[in-house]
Design a protein around this ligand. Structure first.
Ligand code: ZN
Length: 500
């Protein structure tokens, strides 16, 4: 999610007269993606064991990772593929930002980030690997022999990451070191084969399976660590502290470090919420919103299944970003006079714990599925907390207004909400269609189905697809099952898909 960008978008809508218009007309409906992600259960989770040492002077992470890959699929594999996202920050002409954002995200000028794969081993023997793909963001590993159906194999990847000085998901600023999308993460193999999509500048271009992680990190002792998973132990020796972290089934692993964090925690049901603020700025507000969000979503969707959730103020230019058990919140939101933008972004990112985190989906080909539902969940948070009239006001004055202003620019290519990231020209189009029109679509479904049926369906969607990857078709089926009305034409019309 990217609220500041959305606020910026509104400014653009009102203030700038010129916009490149790109009209492309599609004659046919794209078919709805029929295939679900491969369903896996707990015993089948892949296991990542990562040992890493953070060096502050060089802003690098020297790491060794073993990954146990379980072939639960119906074919054998000659190769296994990983995303190595840090390389997207390597070359200036390839970084995942829009032209107009460059100065803002690189306040000190361009500074590269990258991942270097030193070697890959299987049973202590070097095996062949190749760095490939758009921006060198894919790693292909060739095991000693093909991985047969039902087989389990462990690979060891030695790598080094250089963090860029950029206010992005991965990077560092004056106060925080953002360590996200930083290690080789297995690509998803599904009915489409291996998903090796590049790192798009628009949206959150990620797609992964739930896995287990055991991570050890060494950091200078003056840093405070916010992380996915649970800290099992913390040992200080000389000036370095070693943290051992273990997860409970998550689809990614991120960490944020800072010397300036003020940490405040509180227990909500079985979860400890920790609010990390920079020097304590708005710490009470942030913690209260986090607590309320967790309570609301636990009640209306189903229980958050993890022991901890960290809400972390970061040097970050995109508003907010979700990782399992950890949400990044742009530090600019903590210094605004108004609390509303901070509240909106925290509630939104926490809603992503349900939609993206626990129920996953392919955020490249079907970004609307988690993003529209998350945007609407944010409205539900305001509705539950402040009443229907407040929700209605935000929906009308912010969400609907943004979409209508966007339409006035005639910048939309005129198709539905379900498009892949590659089908958007810019983030204004993306946020207007996926967030705003997407949330209006979910609201429309609620009106069509009736409140009770809608709430029941969302709960069922959550419990059915928890720890799995869902598709638009899966979502449709559950809503239709709970609806007296036929929703087929509504889905087809708003999403521009064909449902068979
Ligand atoms: Zn979002």
């Amino acid at each position: 999610m990217r609220l500041s960008r959305r606020f910026k978008s509104l400014v653009i809508v009102f203030g700038i007269l010129f916009l490149t218009l790109c009209f492309q007309f599609y004659v046919e409906y794209p078919p709805i993606q029929r295939a679900s992600g491969i369903w896996i259960n707990e015993e089948q989770y892949n296991l990542y064991k990562i040992q890493t040492v953070f060096d502050e002077g060089s802003m690098t992470l020297k790491s060794n990772q073993t990954i146990t890959f379980k072939n639960n699929f119906d074919s054998s594999f000659e190769n296994v593929y990983f995303h190595i996202y840090p390389n997207i920050f390597k070359k200036k002409n390839n970084v995942p930002f829009e032209e107009g954002d460059m100065e803002f995200v690189y306040p000190n000028g361009f500074n590269p980030g990258w991942i270097k794969i030193n070697n890959v081993k299987e049973n202590n023997k070097l095996i062949y690997h190749k760095v490939m793909g758009d921006g060198e963001t894919v790693l292909r590993v060739t095991p000693q022999k093909a991985i047969e159906i039902g087989e389990e194999r462990t690979f060891e990847i030695n790598f080094e990451v250089k963090l860029p000085n950029v206010l992005a998901r991965m990077g560092y600023g004056d106060n925080t070191v953002n360590i996200t999308n930083w290690y080789p993460i297995l690509a998803v193999y599904d009915q489409q084969g291996w998903n090796l999509d590049p790192y798009y500048a628009i949206g959150d271009p990620f797609y992964s399976e739930v896995a287990e992680y055991e991570v050890t990190i060494d950091i200078p002792s003056e840093y405070i660590l916010a992380t996915t998973g649970n800290i099992e132990s913390k040992k200080e020796k000389d000036t370095i502290t070693t943290y051992k972290i273990k997860t409970e089934g998550v689809r990614d692993f991120g960490m944020i470090l800072s010397k300036d964090f003020d940490v405040k925690g509180v227990k909500v049901e079985d979860t400890t919420i920790q609010s990390y603020t920079i020097k304590g700025e708005k710490k009470e507000v942030a913690l209260k919103v986090a607590v309320d969000s967790l309570e609301v979503f636990n009640r209306i969707f189903g229980k958050y299944p993890y022991k901890q959730l960290s809400v972390v103020a970061c040097n970050f230019s995109l508003g907010g970003m979700e990782y399992p058990n950890l949400v990044m919140i742009g530090d600019g939101l903590y210094t605004m006079e108004e609390d509303f933008p901070l509240e909106y972004v925290i509630a939104h990112e926490i809603a992503h714990q349900w939609w993206y985190g626990i129920v996953g989906n392919n955020e490249v080909t079907e970004p609307w599925l988690d993003e529209a539902l998350t945007e609407y969940s944010t409205l539900l948070y305001f509705e539950e907390k402040y009443g229907t009239h407040i929700k209605q006001q935000i929906q009308e004055k912010m969400i609907k207004a943004q979409y209508e202003n966007f339409l006035d620019l005639k910048a939309d290519r005129g198709e539905g909400i379900m498009r892949s990231l590659a089908e958007f020209d810019n983030s204004l189009e993306y946020s207007s269609i996926v967030y705003s029109r997407g949330a209006l679509f979910i609201d429309h479904l609620r009106q069509e189905m009736g409140d009770e049926a809608f709430r029941k369906a969302i709960k069922e969607y959550y419990s059915e697809y928890k720890f799995k990857n869902a598709t638009t078709e899966n979502f449709y089926m559950i809503l239709q099952k709970n609806s007296q009305k036929d929703l087929k034409s509504t889905f087809e019309e708003w999403l521009n898909v064909k449902i068979e």
